[in-house]
Design a protein around this ligand. Structure first.
Ligand SMILES: Cc1cc2nc3c(=O)[nH]c(=O)nc-3n(C[C@H](O)[C@H](O)[C@H](O)COP(=O)(O)OP(=O)(O)OC[C@H]3O[C@@H](n4cnc5c(N)ncnc54)[C@H](O)[C@@H]3O)c2cc1C
Length: 391
């Protein structure tokens, strides 16, 4: 049985795990990222809306909000270095009733409390800082930059066990039979973060899949969508959005359905009737657009709470970053920085001042980002993604 040593093992190569590995590497810490699937970002991180939220509607003062706001600053600093495509297309939220106009005013106050720029014009709220990106390329860029600076990124590496080792270290067992010994481990296993926690006899949160479905359209001739259209949120949630992708397509969705099966990535039969009429009401040209695809994502939602970022109660050296349900793409850079500082405060590692990392080589891509996870979950025997090479 082979044994490897590293400073910190990060379990899970979604956007959160990639950001944690990137932040550790920026601070001079030797990290090893272990992803069970044959490519990065095949979970929620590759099947979301691809929207980088500003935090205009987030609850002031909460950790989630702080991390979203901090990420926006870090993204500005790192976007060129990472070589990722960000389209600051902005968002608009249109109110038509008195209740909705009151909601828009409340949202503007909320944005102000969070220091996010918004404008109100004729009942609409404009949020110029909202942006879209390719979330798969974002995750790969973070992991690629970390790997280029000495981190290890292992695909097809499923963690099956966690145990204490001497000197407060952690033994991480892999399905291959290999073991890795590290000063610290970070549980970023998304939908399976509760299962990973149980490997250490811990139970910080139960994670369930909250399914979101989308339909993708090619833009109707001469009518490209140039901003994100948001519904006025209601008591039942954020509702259906219509937004452009970095590739110029138009997406309508998502739904929000509480499910139990963590392996069911299907778009359900009634998804179109839940999404399309609402999307067309917001963006009438969609009625003339050609539908070119559909996909579903599973949010890693916590039954009891979300944004569970804390030390394990049972295994010293293990930190959970679990139930990052709905803003993980927007908050990832802030989460990475926050988690690196947490582990350093526990004494497991020291952090050097942050240093720039080499820009990762561009990854070969075929198709659009939203097709990659959908194709893989529909048929796992197809090559998961063009980015599935071992680094
Ligand atoms: C429909 C939908 C819309 C969304 N829209 C947005 C949005 O517009 N903006 C935004 O900011 N956020 C959005 N989100 C939320 C965002 O996608 C999530 O918060 C984020 O992707 C969570 O990332 P993660 O890395 O924690 O989880 P995941 O992406 O699920 O990654 C976890 C990884 O851990 C791996 N893993 C699991 N078990 C093991 C193991 N035992 N060993 C090794 N690896 C393991 C998995 O294979 C997976 O790759 C949306 C999510 C959904 C589903």
């Amino acid at each position: 049985m082979a044994t490897a040593d590293t400073q910190v093992v990060v379990i899970g190569g979604g956007i959160v795990g990639c950001a944690v590995a990137h932040a550790l590497t920026r601070h001079g810490v030797k990290a090893m990222l272990l992803e069970s699937e044959p490519a990065l970002a095949l979970g929620a991180s590759g099947s979301n809306s691809g929207i980088l939220h500003t935090g205009f509607d987030s609850t002031p003062g909460e950790l989630e909000t702080q991390l979203i706001l901090r990420s926006a600053v870090l993204r500005d600093e790192l976007a060129d270095e990472l070589g990722i495509e960000l389209w600051r297309c902005g968002a608009r939220l249109h109110a038509t009733t008195d209740d909705e106009r009151a909601a828009v005013l409340a949202l503007a106050d909320n944005a102000c409390a969070n220091g996010v720029e918004v404008h109100i014009h004729e009942g609409s709220l404009a949020i110029p800082g909202e942006a879209v990106t390719d979330p798969v390329a974002f995750a790969n860029a973070l992991a690629g930059a970390a790997a280029a600076a000495g981190a290890t990124v292992r695909l097809g590496a499923r963690v099956t066990g966690l145990a204490p080792a001497t000197g407060g270290r952690v033994v991480i067992a892999l399905a291959s039979g290999e073991q890795v010994v590290a000063r610290a481990a970070v549980n970023c296993a998304g939908l399976h973060a509760d299962a990973v926690a149980r490997m250490a006899d811990d139970d910080p949160v139960t994670v369930y899949p909250r399914k979101g479905e989308f339909f993708v359209f090619s833009a109707p001739a001469g009518e490209p969508l140039r901003q994100i259209l948001l519904p006025v949120p209601s008591a039942v949630g954020k509702g259906v959005l219509v937004f452009p992708t970095v590739g110029g397509q138009i997406v309508a969705g998502p739904t929000a359905r509480e499910r139990d099966d963590k392996s069911d990535w299907s778009v359900e039969a009634d998804a179109a009737e839940l999404i399309i009429p609402r999307a067309v009401a917001m963006y009438p040209p969609l009625a003339r657009a050609r539908q070119i695809g559909a996909y579903a994502g599973l949010r890693p939602a916590g039954r009891q709470r979300n944004y569970v970022i804390e030390r394990s109660r049972t295994l010293p050296g293990l930190t959970h970053v679990a139930a990052i349900r709905s803003t993980g793409l927007s908050a990832a850079l802030g989460i990475g920085e926050h988690v690196a500082a947490m582990i350093a405060r526990q004494g497991a590692i020291g952090l050097e001042p942050a240093r720039p990392l080499p820009t990762p080589p561009p990854q070969p891509t075929t198709g659009s980002w939203w097709q990659r996870a959908a194709a893989y979950h529909a048929d796992p025997s197809t090559p998961a993604a063009p980015m599935s090479t071992e680094r």
